[in-house]
Design a protein around this ligand. Structure first.
Ligand SMILES: Cc1cc2nc3c(=O)[nH]c(=O)nc-3n(C[C@H](O)[C@H](O)[C@H](O)COP(=O)(O)OP(=O)(O)OC[C@H]3O[C@@H](n4cnc5c(N)ncnc54)[C@H](O)[C@@H]3O)c2cc1C
Length: 487
C-alpha cells in the first residue's frame, strides 16, 4: 500500500491537463491541497493497525493486503465493511471522503466486463484485461474516480437522437491499436486528483446505440484529455484553524478524440451490458451513500446539539424534535445500507428477468434497500439544512471575520457581545459559529447540498429503480384477497 506522501509524489509527475478559471495548474497546486489532504486520509488511516479490518482487505486476485478502496467485494462482510469504512472516514474529514467513486466503478466493471465476454462467446477479452488493470490498480494503491454522467444535451432525447452525437461520450473510430472516443463527462468528482478515470455509460442503451456502449479506464492525464475543474475549498483560516479542513473538486472531463488502447477497453458495443454497467455503478454508489450520508448526519446532529447548548435552548421541545429527526434520517439511511449489504449477493435486477446472477461471483448490494436509503436521505438534505438554520438563528450568516477577533480595537468587544450561554466561553462559541458558517453558508456547503441531493442519481432515478423492481403486483393481490375482490 502507498503512503499519502507517495500518492502526492505520483500526482506531481502527471502531465499538466488541469484548467482552473483560465489557468493551467499543477495537480499539487495549493488550490487542490485540501482535496488531496482529504483523500490522503484514506492512506493514513489504512496504515493504522486499529483500522486494518475496516480500511484494508485481502485481494482475491493476489492474496495481498490492499486498501479497501481498491477491493472487489467478495461477500456480505465486504459490503458491510465498505459502508462502515465510508462512515468512519467521512466523520473524520467532516464530509465526503472522495475515494468511493473508484471502488464503485471498479466493482461495476468487474461484473459487466465478465458478462460481456460471456455474451461474445470468448471473442472478446474484456474481463481478462480488466483483471490485469485491477491487479496494477490494487498493487500500486491507485486512486480511481468514475466518469459516468454525460452532458446529455436535450433531456428528452436519447444519445442517438441528439443534434450533436458527442453529447454522450461515444466511439468515433475503431483502430487496430484501440478505440478513439469523443465527448465530455461532467461533475466528475476528484478526477483532478485521481490517478485513473473509470468511464462507464450513463444510461440504458438501445441495440442501435452501440457507439455509446463504451467503458474503459485511463490515466487521468492521458493524451487528449482536458479537465476543466471547479474547486470547493472553505474560506481559508489564518488565526483560528479548524481541526480538519476538507476540500473537493469536480471536473468537466473532456475527451477530444482520445485513443484508448484495447487492453484498457472493457465494453465496446455491448449495449445490454453498457446499460447494466450504468445501473451497477449507480447501485454501488448508492450503497456507498449509506455510509457517507449517515456520517454527515452524525456531524449535523452534533452541530445542532452544540448550537442548542450555545444558545441555551437545549431543553426546548422543538430542539428535541429536530435532534430526533436528524437521528431518524441518519439511522434509517444506515439501516437501509446495512440491509442492502446483508441481502447482497452475486445477483443483479435485470428488467424483465428479475434478480439474475451477474458477474463472476462478486457481491452486489440489494437494489431496493440501496435505492430507498439513498432516496430518503438525499431528499432530506435541504430539510436538514433548514433545521440547522432554524436552530442557529442568523449568526452564522453575519459572523465577523477572524481578524476582528485579533484586532485589539474590536477583540474584547466582540468576545463580550457574542456571549450567550455563560458555561461556554466566547472563544469556543466563536469557533463553533465559524464551523456552522462553513456548514450552512459557504460556497462549499452549497455544492455539498446539491451533491447530497443529486450525487449517485437524482431522487427521480431512485424512484424509477424502486417502482420498477418492487413487486407491486404482489401487494395488489394481497389487497384483492383482503377486500374480497374476485378477479
Ligand atoms: C457534487 C456532485 C458530484 C457528482 N459526482 C459525480 C461523479 O463523480 N461521477 C459521475 O458520473 N457523476 C457525478 N455526479 C452527477 C450526478 O449523478 C448527476 O448530477 C445526477 O445523475 C443528475 O444528472 P444531471 O445533473 O445531468 O441532472 P438532470 O438529469 O439534467 O436533471 C435535471 C432535471 O431534469 C429532469 N430530467 C432529466 N431527464 C429527464 C427526462 N428524460 N424526462 C423528464 N425529466 C428529466 C430531472 O428529473 C431533473 O428534475 C455528481 C453530481 C454532483 C452535483
Amino acid at each position: 500500500m502507498r503512503t499519502k506522501q507517495q500518492y502526492i509524489e505520483g500526482l506531481k509527475k502527471m502531465r499538466r491537463n488541469i484548467y482552473v478559471n483560465g489557468q493551467k495548474i499543477d495537480r499539487t497546486d495549493e488550490l487542490q491541497m485540501d482535496c488531496i489532504n482529504t483523500i490522503g486520509l484514506t492512506f493514513d488511516m489504512a496504515e493504522k493497525p486499529e483500522n486494518k479490518d475496516l480500511c484494508t482487505a485481502t485481494s482475491h486476485l493476489t492474496g495481498k493486503v490492499i486498501n479497501r478502496f481498491c477491493h472487489v467485494h467478495q461477500n456480505k462482510e465486504d459490503l458491510h465493511k465498505k459502508q462502515d469504512m465510508t462512515r468512519m472516514l467521512c466523520r473524520a474529514v467532516g464530509g465526503c471522503i472522495q475515494r468511493c467513486m473508484g471502488i464503485d466503478g471498479t466493482n461495476a466493471l468487474y461484473a459487466a466486463s465478465y458478462e460481456a465476454d460471456k455474451e461474445n462467446s470468448g471473442k472478446t477479452e474484456y474481463h481478462k484485461n480488466f483483471k490485469k488493470w485491477l491487479e496494477r490498480f490494487q498493487n500500486e494503491d491507485l486512486v480511481g474516480c468514475c466518469a459516468q454522467t454525460d452532458v446529455k444535451g436535450h433531456r428528452m432525447r436519447r444519445p442517438s437522437e441528439q443534434e450533436d452525437p458527442d453529447l454522450y461520450l461515444r466511439v468515433v473510430e475503431r483502430k487496430s491499436e484501440g478505440v478513439v472516443v469523443r465527448g465530455c463527462k461532467v461533475h466528475n468528482s476528484e478526477a483532478s486528483v485521481a490517478d485513473e478515470i473509470l468511464v462507464v455509460p450513463t444510461r440504458a442503451l438501445k441495440a442501435d446505440e452501440k457507439d455509446w456502449a463504451i467503458a474503459f479506464a485511463i490515466p487521468a492525464d492521458w493524451e487528449g484529455i482536458k479537465q476543466v475543474v471547479s474547486i470547493h475549498n472553505l474560506r481559508p483560516r489564518k488565526h483560528f484553524p479548524r481541526g480538519f479542513t476538507p476540500g473537493a473538486t469536480d471536473s468537466y472531463t473532456i475527451f477530444d478524440n482520445v485513443l484508448i488502447p484495447w487492453d484498457r477497453v472493457f465494453l465496446c458495443g455491448e449495449t445490454l451490458h453498457g446499460g447494466a454497467c450504468a445501473l451497477l455503478f449507480a447501485l454501488f454508489h448508492r450503497h456507498s451513500y449509506s455510509g457517507c450520508k449517515p456520517a454527515i448526519g452524525d456531524l449535523l446532529l452534533g452541530t445542532a446539539a452544540l448550537i442548542a447548548e450555545c444558545n441555551g435552548i437545549q431543553k426546548a421541545p422543538h430542539v428535541r424534535e429536530k435532534l430526533s429527526e436528524f437521528i431518524m434520517v441518519t439511522e434509517l439511511g444506515y439501516a437501509a445500507g446495512f440491509t442492502a449489504s446483508e441481502l447482497g449477493s452475486n445477483q443483479l435486477y435485470v428488467p424483465g428477468m428479475g434478480k439474475t446472477p451477474y458477474g463472476p461471483g462478486n457481491y452486489i448490494p440489494d437494489s431496493i434497500y440501496a435505492n430507498v436509503g439513498r432516496c430518503l436521505t438525499g431528499e432530506a438534505v435541504y430539510h436538514e439544512m433548514e433545521m440547522l438554520c432554524d436552530l442557529a438563528g442568523g449568526v452564522p450568516a453575519t459572523f465577523p471575520y477572524e481578524g476582528d477577533f485579533i484586532n485589539p480595537e474590536t477583540k474584547d468587544l466582540l468576545n463580550k457581545y457574542i456571549m450567550r450561554n455563560p458555561d461556554i466561553s466566547a472563544e469556543n462559541s466563536a469557533q463553533l459559529w465559524r464551523y456552522v458558517a462553513d456548514l450552512l453558508c459557504s460556497a462549499s456547503s452549497g455544492v455539498a447540498a446539491v451533491g447530497g441531493y443529486h450525487g449517485g442519481g437524482s431522487p427521480i432515478m431512485e424512484q424509477i429503480a424502486i417502482t420498477s423492481q418492487y413487486d407491486i403486483e404482489a401487494r395488489k393481490a394481497m389487497v384483492r384477497r383482503l377486500a374480497g375482490i374476485k378477479d
